[in-house]
Design a protein around this ligand. Structure first.
Ligand SMILES: [Zn+2]
Length: 387
């Protein structure tokens, strides 16, 4: 891209930089932003904005950083609408349906998988997600996991090896963990930034999870953990102990889990789409926030337990169902997600940050939760370039 862009007449600008405005969101009124070379070059009062090659008039609308979705499973084939229907008719969620998607994913060609990721990535982008993490985890063989990550890498740098999603049908669990930590990790590492494990009853126990995370770390990958979704397992404590960037789900927490998250560097990533779609109790976000933990919100977009790509929907759920304030929810969906990915160039609008900026068809970010289900994201700039 060549030339600078002035986004002016912003009625309410969320910067997420407290030094630039009011409160934790760093709110400014009547603001303008200058973008150059895909980065934020200037932020200030619209009346004193410098000239630029192109002008985008926000006409009083709200502007905010693009959403950072730090947890999504987009490489798969097929869907599980029938399973969802059965669950809404009274069946419990056990995680066993993952194997259904594994069979469909293995049977799909590369182009089919790639087209499905492109469709979901486009869907998320139109709803304001400018940074997305994408996991493998529906291949569960050396070749299929490596293929999933190779395709994911075409769409994002934030790729996560989740060979330890579930033990595939017909495999001995310890034998499978050894493969995940050995040949599969070796085949996947060239395409992965992170390693993740589903530490949960019915998936991998504490010792197996530790083995996967330590092997991933030794291979140079950052750590993430699916933790404490279904009960108070060892996942959160393991994540904090090993210095994982994020413990995801955090639905069932003991007091010591909360204290560990509050005292460590691990972000508590809450995925309310999963509780919505499995009709389960929501995580207690207030307890985490009041204890001082860093909280992120993400979609967990996947065909089984949370088939939404919408960060605005997650913000609305967090406010209505998890008693987060609208400001806390927006922070968690932007800079919170960035922290969960250990990034400081996204989720904020300050000089030097990536120019990922949204305009809402609304005068304030409050409308994201106030008007649930309404497509308010009207303009998306990705690296300073309008969609
Ligand atoms: Zn997940």
């Amino acid at each position: 891209m060549s030339g600078s862009t002035l986004v002016t007449n912003i009625g309410e600008l969320v910067t997420n930089d407290p030094s630039l405005g009011d409160g934790p969101l760093g709110l400014r009124r009547h603001a303008a932003v200058v973008i150059d070379n895909g980065r934020v070059a200037w932020i200030g009062d619209a009346r004193t904005a410098p000239a630029a090659d192109t002008v985008l008039d926000a006409d009083g609308r709200a502007a905010l950083p693009g959403f950072v979705d730090s947890h999504a499973h987009l490489v798969f084939a097929g869907d599980r609408a029938a399973e969802f229907g059965a669950r809404m008719a009274g069946e419990a969620y056990t995680g066993g349906g993952i194997r259904t998607t594994v069979a469909a994913t293995r049977a799909a060609g590369d182009d089919e998988l790639r087209a499905n990721v492109a469709r979901l990535r486009g869907e998320a982008l139109r709803q304001g997600t400018t940074t997305i993490e994408i996991k493998s985890g529906y291949g569960l063989s050396v070749a299929d996991e490596a293929r999933s990550l190779r395709i994911a890498r075409e769409f994002t740098d934030e790729t996560t090896f989740l060979g330890a999603h579930v033990v595939p049908a017909g495999r001995d669990p310890d034998d499978y963990v050894a493969e995940v930590c050995g040949e599969m990790l070796g085949a996947c590492t060239p395409y992965a930034k992170w390693v993740d494990v589903f530490c949960e009853r019915g998936a991998f126990d504490g010792e197996q999870s530790r083995a996967v995370l330590e092997a991933g770390r030794a291979a140079g990958l950052g750590l993430r953990v699916h933790a404490n979704q279904l009960d108070e397992g060892p996942g959160v404590r393991l994540a904090v102990e090993l210095g994982a960037a994020s413990a995801d789900h955090c639905t069932h927490l003991s007091d010591s889990d909360v204290a560990a998250l509050a005292g460590g560097d691990t972000v508590a990533t809450l995925l309310p789409g999963a509780e919505f779609s499995t009709r389960s109790p929501y995580p207690d976000a207030r307890r985490l926030l009041d204890a001082g933990a860093t909280v992120a919100l993400a979609t967990d977009c996947n065909p089984g337990s949370s088939y939404t790509s919408s960060m605005p929907f997650c913000v609305a759920l967090a406010v209505r169902e998890m008693r987060m304030t609208p400001a806390e929810a927006l922070w968690a969906a932007t800079v919170g997600g960035a922290r969960a990915l250990r990034r400081d160039d996204v989720g904020v609008l300050r000089v030097g940050a990536r120019a990922d900026l949204l305009l809402l068809d609304a005068p304030s970010y409050l409308h994201l939760a106030y008007r649930p289900g309404v497509p308010l994201v009207s303009t998306v700039l990705l690296n300073g370039v309008p969609l």
